[in-house]
Design a binder for this molecule. Sequence first.
Ligand code: NDP
Length: 449
Amino acid sequence: MPALDSTLQSIYDLVLRRNPGEDEFHQAVREVLDSLGPVMAKHPQYADARVIERICEPERQIIFRVPWTDDRGRIEIHRGFRVEFNSALGPYKGGLRFHPSVYLGIVKFLGFEQIFKNALTGLPIGGGKGGSDFDPKGRSDGEVMRFCQSFMTELYRHLGEYTDVPAGDIGVGGREIGYLFGQYKRITNRYESGVLTGKGLGWGGSPVRKEATGYGAVFFTDEMLRTRGQSLDGRTVVVSGSGNVAIYAVEKAQQLGATVVAVSDSGGYVVDEKGIDLELLKEVKEQRRERVSAYADALGERARHVAGGSIWDVPCEVALPCATQNELDEAAARALVANGCLAVAEGANMPTTPAAAKLFGEAGVLFGPGKAANAGGVATSALEMQQNASRDSWTHEYTEERLGEIMRGIHERCAAAAEEYGAPGNYVLGANASAFIQVADAMLAFGVI
Ligand code: NDP
């Protein structure tokens, strides 16, 4: 990692001291601080007002008990979180993650990233994130419903369309959002559609929300390639993960003429040189909720499943990490570069380790950081809020057009800030600088709060 100047280093030291053991949060803060040297040099007012120190401290952190009863009648107890990180630009906005690895450090890393991602969309949304160490995998619908009801029985008092608006993330899809919204409605006796996003199309959801993060990541990749006179058409693509983000990244990449040759889950990856059969993938993952190995089982000779191993060993020109944090390390980055990879865009949050990102920079690989490349999901959530507020619903075509415009806007903002702060083509620096300035200016306007 490059050295920080003394002011930024002392801020980072304070973050380490105040948040012991929260490695992912430290990593996310460090990545932003690494970009802010030139911004602070040009705008001393931010240091005077201690804006960075304030941004690094969440406005509110809620931790609560989630007791529920499983199908055998046994009482289970999980831990729920909501970190309301920053509301300078709008109500707290960010998803809920249900995964056994969830603890405060994960929620804080995600909430911190979300502040900047949401600013980049240009829409009026602040940053927050939540979740639980509950694992929906292998649970019956009834168990998932009872867990969601118990979770919302505490969370509801902190939410509101002008206060805090959660959505999905890992382990929280349409089914979970349905149970959460149902319980919110029941407890409050209010059909407050704008309090949760990612809702079903028939009850307040937005067209394209389900597809938005994956589609957006592919639109962002296409914009990056265009700066070099290239496109996705005819390219070989590898997408990690096989959840919500991954599936729709595959769909849009295919629509733009690419061949996606591999996808994965936590058990391994499948390679299908002919190109992933999307209908089959959706059936396996969305309907049957099975492991990705079932995709290879269904295709016999055509596809192979590799248990464990690294999906990044599969040669490709474009890599889209869409599974989870720190899934693409330095060794993986070396393999991608050696195989001639041109572009990497993060569909997931912080999937690339700092050493891997550095290597991409040195090798001239286009690199789109998650807070820019995967912002299409939250942007479309904000479009869902707009439709809810005006009691309207838009067409699929119009919503996708808006998403495309927003992703182009994000790309432009990142590219312009990278140029302005002396690092043309560095989307990490551009995203951090542009988003930070927007949030910091609003915070300055509000005084010391
Ligand atoms: P899903 O739960 O739908 O899918 C997650 C996928 O990632 C699954 O294939 C899962 O495999 C895999 N995965 C999860 N944890 C691990 C792990 N430790 N090792 C390997 N694979 C893993 O989640 P989403 O698609 O919604 O989210 C994926 C990423 O995108 C996350 O980083 C999320 O924060 C980010 N994101 C999501 C947005 C959204 O709109 N949903 C918006 C912006 C970012 P398995 O089933 O085996 O666990």
